[in-house]
Design a protein around this ligand. Structure first.
Ligand SMILES: CC(C)(COP(=O)(O)OP(=O)(O)OC[C@H]1O[C@@H](n2cnc3c(N)ncnc32)[C@H](O)[C@@H]1OP(=O)(O)O)[C@@H](O)C(=O)NCCC(=O)NCCS
Length: 193
């Protein structure tokens, strides 16, 4: 595990080199969350999803539930001028009930005042690199294809998930290609209070 964490830190440092994953000139620092970041992470998710058409405004609760159940495999924050303004979470997903090394991306959120500066993209790219360093086989998500296609996510094909239109279910295999089966996200995603 120590080796894997070391590899993750290397990946994160590499993601923050200018030209290696973040737009040059954007003064954003990406790093794993600490306990002190938790109130800011709650606020970012609440503010970012406030007017989202498909949100139940439970994203901060989902992140808390993932953390409480030890399922927050990777939780990165973005700092801009000393303020935590963005957050991304990754958690284990099951395929046909099995842990095949695939992870769910989400939620990802940037404070409305700091959107469209490249922060969300930097979080996604750094998170994917971090997952790779941890030995993940792939990543999947439910989200708008017009945002996620740019990172290399493609429609699920062999993977499927209940109750989500197929065009919004996207995945990315890191090496061997995607397995086939029914995906189950962590139960924390169904948290309502
Ligand atoms: C999605 C989000 C994290 C992106 O963060 P960001 O820092 O604004 O993103 P970036 O600056 O890296 O990228 C901005 C680009 O993403 C696009 N974009 C942002 N949100 C999008 C969305 N929901 N669907 C499609 N495109 C989106 C912008 O139009 C912009 O496109 P352009 O580069 O072609 O102009 C942020 O907009 C956010 O917090 N949204 C509310 C929460 C949310 O929708 N989370 C994702 C759930 S699937």
């Amino acid at each position: 595990m120590a080796f894997r964490l070391h590899a993750f830190w290397d990946a994160l440092a590499s993601a923050q080199r200018p030209g290696a994953g973040r737009p040059i000139g954007v003064p954003v620092i990406l790093r794993p969350e600490t306990e002190a970041d938790i109130p800011a992470i709650d606020q970012i998710n609440q503010d970012a999803f406030l007017h989202h058409p498909y949100s139940h405004q439970t994203e901060h609760l989902i992140v808390r539930a993932l953390r409480a159940s030890g399922a927050l495999t990777l939780s990165l924050v973005a700092e801009w001028e000393g303020q935590v303004v963005g957050h991304i979470a990754f958690s284990p997903a099951l395929i046909d009930g099995q842990d095949l090394g695939w992870y769910t991306l989400g939620p990802v959120a940037v404070l409305p005042s700091h959107q469209r500066k490249g922060i969300g993209s930097s979080l996604v790219k750094a998170g994917l690199q971090g997952l790779g360093a941890l030995g993940a086989k792939g990543c999947l998500l439910v989200g708008d294809p017009s945002y996620y296609l740019r990172f290399g996510f493609r429609q699920g094909d062999s993977l499927r998930v209940h109750e989500v239109p197929p065009e919004y279910f996207m995945c990315m295999a890191f090496s061997e290609g995607a397995p086939s089966g029914l995906v189950t996200h962590h139960p924390a995603f169904f948290t309502t209070a």
